[in-house]
Ligand binder design. Structure first.
Ligand code: SF4
Length: 315
């Protein structure tokens, strides 16, 4: 038995695992075939819209576009600029530990417990250097205990909800993807939590999954469409399906990928890239868009729109 094929794979699936198997499975005739020129068409559409701003950049100062950047500028721009001044916090560190532990679980021999995975993931990240290692080393005992407890809960839910991922399903975790546009002056990047399956020629077969610890938000659909777009330009064949998976609810929110989905992702990526450029290089004033996230916004004390929304929400 090899790594990734756990000894307990013959245990019957629970209903949540069975739902995942049914979601991910597709007969060969249900896997769509795409035009081999699709990738080029999408790239040409993006570059036609983005060259006017790319001409004002150079390769050493490329504009990086990511899922996080796009959802930031399509939400409240003022908050996004504050969040961009990145610093590790308990929720961010916890998310990274959970993703690392899930990554280890896919390749671990035998049947690990969630806490074993969390502890191993934390140790590896702590040894890995960089700012997260510094944060972990200097976290208080309470912060570490809280991180361990919540991460354990999330990893346990993943192991409960997902069937053991067999090697034949080609599971890949934390896969970095990147596409360079306009002579490398604009870069579309991202990291996909989990991908399963693979394309066969121009017939789609891959499924991209984003693992979520919170509730559904419409922006999650856009996040995955963006990944489908990057994957299509990178590989030439789109993924068959994208899905956010909500660990607390043990529910997936899937979307079948087709050309309309990819065209929508192109339009949103162009709008977002233009706005990122205007904010970073054009001196544009960030807009404010009140919403549920105002409650946790560090600017709330000084933001009239956010306070008004917060009061209405409380009423
Ligand atoms: S309080 Fe709300 S509207 Fe104001 S900056 Fe923060 S997220 Fe934006």
């Amino acid at each position: 038995m090899s790594a990734g094929e756990r000894s307990f794979h013959e245990v019957p699936y629970n209903p949540a695992q069975q739902a995942i198997v049914e979601l991910l499975g597709a007969r060969a005739e249900d896997r769509p075939e795409f035009d081999p020129g699709l990738s080029t068409r999408l790239q040409v559409m993006l570059e036609a819209e983005l060259w006017p701003l790319a001409e004002q950049l150079d390769r050493d100062d490329a504009l990086w576009v990511t899922k996080h950047e796009l959802s930031g500028v399509h939400g409240c721009e003022a908050r996004h600029l504050v969040d961009d001044a990145f610093a590790w916090s308990p929720p961010l560190a916890r998310g990274t530990v959970v993703h690392k532990a899930i990554e280890l679980s896919v390749h671990w021999r035998g049947e690990p417990t969630p806490l074993e995975l969390v502890d191993e993931a934390t140790a590896r990240l702590e040894d890995g250097g960089g700012s997260l290692a510094d944060w972990l080393r200097t976290a208080s005992d309470v912060e570490r205990a809280d991180l361990r407890s919540v991460a354990n809960d999330h990893v346990a839910k993943f192991l409960e909800c997902f069937p053991p991922l067999l090697r034949a399903w080609v599971p890949v975790t934390e896969s970095r993807v990147r596409v360079e546009l306009c002579d490398g002056r604009i870069v579309l990047g991202g990291k996909i939590d989990l991908s399963l399956g693979k394309a066969r020629g121009t017939r789609a077969g891959k499924v991209l999954l984003d693992l979520k610890t919170g509730r559904f938000a419409p922006s999650h659909v856009d996040d995955l469409r963006y990944y489908a777009l990057v994957e299509t330009i990178r590989l030439g064949t789109p993924p068959r399906l994208v899905a956010s998976y909500y660990l607390d609810e043990a529910r997936a929110h899937p979307e079948v990928v087709n050309e309309a989905v990819l065209d929508a992702a192109v339009a949103r990526t162009v709008d977002g890239a233009r706005r990122l450029f205007a904010l970073r290089h054009g001196g544009a004033e960030p807009s404010r868009r009140p919403g549920p996230a105002c409650r946790w916004c560090p600017l709330l004390d000084e933001c009239e729109q956010g306070q008004a929304h917060h009061r209405d929400d409380a009423d």
